[in-house]
Design a protein around this ligand. Structure first.
Ligand code: ATP
Ligand code: MG
Length: 470
């Protein structure tokens, strides 16, 4: 098969001519070829050279005015350039062998065929020739093209060896199955299950990179079900597996929180591409197992799972080496507030409850509502409809309150500094008490949201506590 007319990017002719002048062989290989056939967009192109990749990259750059910089990674024998929105990598063809305790292979130079043998899946092992007499010819030693047609993920060589050599490939297999909506062939899937323990030699960062890609697919539950089925999930993310199962006492059963969580994740993925909002969906009920109780009258309860859940989000982020910055705080906030809009939708909506929620959620109020709407997963369609109607109502009321009180980025009118000055205090707990009394009074609607009124209120509160104005 010749794919010449699909090689539209100008880099291909440049690389081809440069290699031809240097009398060396060069191929496009791996993910770019797969995506070209699948008609997916790619952001990276890999060239494999029979010989020295760094030298070829340096000669190629001399032909391109726009590019001056080559990033060379001597240890890996690779060189990278950025050109016309593409990250382009050059590497010499290589042969690899592995030690049991590491996923870093011993590398020696090799042929195109050696290089294709070290690739993880048949669909990732195809190469296109850029050599003059065979320009555009597909090299497909493992029938990757057929596997693309049949939507199959399969390792080129013995899957046991492939996964044991580099266990990250197990995560990649599931990620590709999830992204492309492909099936992992039985042999390959069995080898993942058998080798799942090997995932322990992979760093948390690499695992999370794949997890994030799974979370960003159209229907992330597919990927998570595969992770679970192969035993990987219990090793990399045991808190999620702990959500599994239904317990029943005196004929009262609770729902399976694992499948519920996956459903919420799928539902939210229809509404948002914000990976952290998707994480909030994945983690919203994470503390249910830890807070579960049975009560003869009310049945199963999970009191405080939102607060404990927010703390567990921190553990999960540390364990998976996810960022410990405002992304973490955002997910924690959504988890800790995720029951509040439901409470509003169930009960009569008071102004003070709306104001409180707006104040606490701040600019993340929309995302919180999106999470809560995704959280309605009953089989009873009437019930779902009723809840969603109620949420619409809550959203409208939130909007009205927001327009009236502008609480989203609200700061109480009196600061801690001002309280300290008024009573000549150093930082102490009284300052905090007065500050929260002011905030509470305003949110409750007992005090006007203005400086003068709040100042009077502050003086009264201080006097009640035995403080004297300065
Ligand atoms: P994407 O770019 O969407 O993440 P990709 O398949 O292009 O997918 P890259 O990490 O860009 O993934 O790798 C490029 C190619 O390198 C792959 O297509 C595959 O041939 C090879 N490759 C990458 N990682 C591995 C691995 N762990 N084991 C074997 N081959 C790999
Ligand atoms: Mg790639």
């Amino acid at each position: 098969m010749n794919l010449q007319n699909k090689l539209n990017h100008s880099i291909f002719r440049i690389v081809s001519n440069t290699a031809n002048n240097a009398n060396s062989e060069v191929y496009v290989i791996g993910g770019y070829v797969r995506d070209l056939i699948l008609e997916r967009n790619s952001k990276d192109i890999d060239f494999v050279v029979i010989g020295n990749g760094i030298e070829l990259a340096e000669s190629v750059v001399k032909q391109i005015h726009e590019v001056h910089k080559v990033s060379v990674f001597k240890n890996f024998g690779t060189a990278m350039i950025h050109y016309k929105d593409m990250q382009i990598e050059f590497v010499g063809a290589r042969k690899e062998s592995y030690h049991f305790d590491s996923r870093k292979p011993v590398v020696e130079s090799g042929s195109l065929n050696d290089d294709q043998n070290r690739r993880d899946f048949t669909i990732n092992a195809m190469a296109i020739s850029l050599n003059q007499d065979t320009y555009g010819e597909l090299s497909d030693p493992f029938q990757g093209l057929q596997d693309i047609e049949n939507k199959l993920i399969r390792t080129p060589l013995d899957p046991e060896v492939t996964f044991s050599d580099d266990p990250l490939r197990m995560m990649r297999a599931i990620r590709f199955a999830a992204q492309l909506n492909f099936t992992i062939v039985p042999d390959t899937l069995k080898a993942i299950t058998k080798n799942c323990e090997r995932i322990r030699i992979i760093s948390a960062e690499r695992i999370s990179e794949e997890l994030n890609k799974i979370i960003m697919t159209e229907k992330p539950s597919n990927g998570f079900k595969l992770l679970d089925k192969t035993g990987l999930l219990a090793l990399i993310f045991p808190q999620l597996v702990a959500l599994k199962g239904i317990e029943s006492v005196e004929g009262k059963a609770h729902k399976d929180n694992f499948y519920h969580t996956l459903e919420v994740l799928d539902r939210i993925s229809e509404k948002t591409n914000n990976v952290w909002l998707r994480w909030a969906a994945l983690l919203h009920d994470i503390a249910k197992p830890a807070t579960k109780k049975f009560n003869a009258e009310t049945g199963w309860t999970f009191h405080g799972h939102e607060t404990k859940g927010a703390r567990m989000v921190g553990q999960v982020f540390r364990q998976l080496k996810l960022p410990l910055n405002e992304k973490l705080r955002y997910v924690q906030k959504l988890v800790s507030l995720h029951l509040r809009p439901i409470a509003l939708a169930e009960n009569e909506v008071t102004d003070s409850a709306l104001r409180r929620l707006l104040f606490e959620a701040g600019e993340d109020i929309e995302d919180l509502m999106t999470l809560c709407e995704a959280d309605i997963t009953s089989k009873d369609q009437q019930k779902v409809k009723r809840y969603l109607e109620n949420f619409k109502n809550v959203r409208e009321k939130l909007k009205e309150t927001e327009e009236k009180d502008n609480l989203r980025n609200w700061q109480p009118p009196i600061s801690g500094d001002e309280i300290m000055k008024a009573f000549n205090l150093k930082p102490c707990k009284e300052v905090g008490i007065i500050k929260s009394a002011i905030r509470e009074a305003i949110l409750e609607g007992n005090l006007l949201n203005d400086h003068l009124a709040a100042y009077e209120f502050m003086l009264d509160e201080g006097k009640k506590m035995g403080l004297t104005p300065w």
